[in-house]
Ligand binder design. Structure first.
Ligand SMILES: *Cc1c(COP(=O)(O)O)cnc(C)c1O
Ligand code: SF4
Length: 395
């Protein structure tokens, strides 16, 4: 374990907002009301680079800027390359669109059963329930609709989406996403989960949310009660860097776990944020300490203005390879590319199979040593019978 991974070294505190009474700081409504959404607010606390000034000027046309005070505090303000800073503070590079980039990089619009409901895989649907988030990730795959900076005007009709699921008995799994489903009011969330739970063929309900990372205060006792009532509800949270693993996140994940919510994590591989082995190893270890199972690492989608975020795919493979065998199996996420144009998630793996013939499979283990596993199953008459085995056993 690295010293920084020990929980006593995890960040906790109000930092820049030390003068705010603790009950306000812990109130998610206060955090939302006091989000940094204007460049002037950033300038009060940070020396913005020219790149960032440019990015802020453009953000209103692409993806709104918003950062909760809680999350802003995690930025090391003396470091222009801070990994938290890069995720939420716009940079000028967002303005440029490369030829390979797309507004809808994973082709969701083409797979909508009804508006807001993406039905790509045989047995499960992605239900986009809102277009708002507590803070905005500059590399967001759904920048086209999230925050409404591009005028998409996303207004999902819940009743139509629920009806679609009711009428499709093959759908056994629904994934609520957006935007962030945990920004729905308790009342709406309670209603929606209740309606979904009442669909007999729906076996599996999960939520994709970055709220635990951006706004851990939102995981209240009232929300716990909703999850208990409609459970089991699974959740995929979104943590990219070990610095996001704070005491507050620990407490939020603990509240979720105590409410019976199994937790997974999805990370996006981001250039100069988390595309190195040490960072990812530290992240997955911290996640396990919070009872969170690393689920996916995504190659960054080809969203418009993402050139500065896209890491080398080979780096992702190297990260997985450096974890497998060297650390707890639970800590190893699946690296995927969500295929451009709508092919779905494709697993990208280090190669451990050297060769397969009718007789054997030749393997490479995690340390690079070669092993063989025979595929030929011997006939009974080739079996050696020990002298002391009694006859009837073989009859
Ligand atoms: C990611 C995704 C899912 C869920 O996929 P899992 O591999 O089951 O996590 C479902 N539908 C869509 C459209 C998705 O993008
Ligand atoms: S939390 Fe998710 S939906 Fe919201 S901006 Fe970040 S990646 Fe996009």
């Amino acid at each position: 374990m690295f010293p920084q991974d020990r929980r006593e070294n995890w960040f906790k505190g109000q930092g820049l907002w030390s003068d705010v009474p603790q009950e306000k700081w812990r109130d998610y409504r206060w955090q939302l009301r006091n989000r940094l959404t204007k460049v002037e607010q950033l300038r009060e606390h940070l020396d913005l680079t020219p790149e960032e000034e440019q990015g802020c000027a453009h953000a209103g046309n692409k993806l709104a800027m918003a950062i909760t005070p809680y999350f802003f505090n995690l930025i090391d303000r003396d470091n222009v390359d801070d990994p938290i800073r890069k995720q939420v503070i716009p940079r000028g590079d967002e303005m440029f669109t490369a030829p390979e980039e797309l507004l809808d990089p994973v082709g969701e619009e083409g797979s909508m059963g009804v508006p807001g409901l993406v039905h790509r895989y045989p047995d499960r649907v992605l239900f986009l329930v809102t277009n708002v988030c507590a803070a905005y990730c500059r590399y967001c795959t759904r920048s086209r609709l999230v925050s409404n900076a591009q005028g998409y005007d996303f207004h999902p009709n819940f009743e139509n989406c629920i009806k679609y699921i009711e009428e499709h008995p093959e759908v056994r799994d629904v994934l609520l996403s957006g935007g962030d489903p945990l920004l729905l009011s308790d009342k709406k969330l309670d209603y929606l989960l209740g309606r979904l739970r009442a669909i007999p063929h729906l076996e599996f309900i999960r939520i994709g949310s970055r709220i635990p990372t951006f706004l851990p205060q939102r995981i209240t006792p009232q929300l716990q009660e909703i999850f208990r009532k409609h459970g089991p509800i699974w959740m995929s949270i979104h943590v990219n860097h070990p610095n996001e693993c704070t005491e507050e996140l620990y407490e939020a994940t603990e509240r979720l776990t105590m409410a019976g919510v199994p937790l997974g994590n999805q990370s996006v591989l981001l250039k100069d944020v988390n595309d190195d082995v040490e960072t990812m190893r530290s992240l997955v270890h911290r996640l396990l300490m919070m009872r969170v199972r690393p689920y996916y690492i995504y190659q960054c989608d080809l969203i418009t203005g993402s050139r500065h975020f896209r890491a080398d795919v080979r780096k992702g493979i190297e990260i997985v390879e450096s974890l497998r065998g060297y650390t707890t199996g639970y800590a190893v996420p699946q690296f995927v590319i969500d295929a451009p144009g709508g092919g779905g998630k494709v697993p990208i793996n280090p190669e451990y199979v050297q060769e397969i013939t009718d007789d054997e499979i030749i393997l490479r283990n995690f340390a690079g040593e070669e092993y063989r596993y025979p595929l030929k199953i011997s006939a009974r008459d080739e079996v050696h019978v020990p002298d002391d085995v009694i006859e009837p056993v073989l009859a």
